[in-house]
Ligand binder design. Structure first.
Ligand SMILES: [Zn+2]
Ligand SMILES: [Zn+2]
Length: 140
């Protein structure tokens, strides 16, 4: 826990119970959405409003401690920012998300054909498909 507290303070954030609980929850459940986080945090520290969870994830994301993952058609999910520029596999059927390492290892990992004068710092890559369990369980 020390480490988290140091990271919060380094990000200019006070150490609070909800912030620590969100962090602990994300250690166990990477890519959780706010509803999932709210459920987990309440199990840890009791009553916390969903709005409070939104406030926590926004503060931690703004401070660079969390990364927001927002696959099309899915609520925003959050994970601890590890700075490894990893990408995501998303299942079209059940929306399960897993990490895949960046092929190159540093952002941006794809060269744009033309930068049109932009200073490009990231290429967001999402791989879509069916996860192993959805492949073996035909829908409906
Ligand atoms: Zn699936
Ligand atoms: Zn991830």
């Amino acid at each position: 826990m020390r480490d988290v507290e140091d990271r919060l303070r380094a990000g200019g954030l006070r150490v609070t119970k909800p912030r620590l609980a969100v962090w602990e929850e994300l250690v166990e459940r990477p890519h959780a959405d706010v509803e999932e986080l709210a459920t987990g945090v309440r199990r840890r520290i009791g009553a916390v409003s969903t709005q409070a969870i939104y406030d926590v994830v926004h503060a931690l994301t703004d401070a660079g401690l969390l990364r927001r993952v927002e696959p099309a058609g899915s609520p925003a999910r959050f994970e601890i920012e590890t700075g490894d520029n990893h990408h995501h596999l998303v299942c079209r059927a059940c929306a399960a998300i897993v990490d895949v390492p960046c092929a190159i290892g540093t952002a941006p990992c794809l060269e744009a054909r033309s930068d049109e004068g932009y200073a490009i710092d990231e290429a967001e890559v999402t791989y879509w498909g069916l996860c192993a369990s959805c492949r073996t369980t035909p829908p409906g």
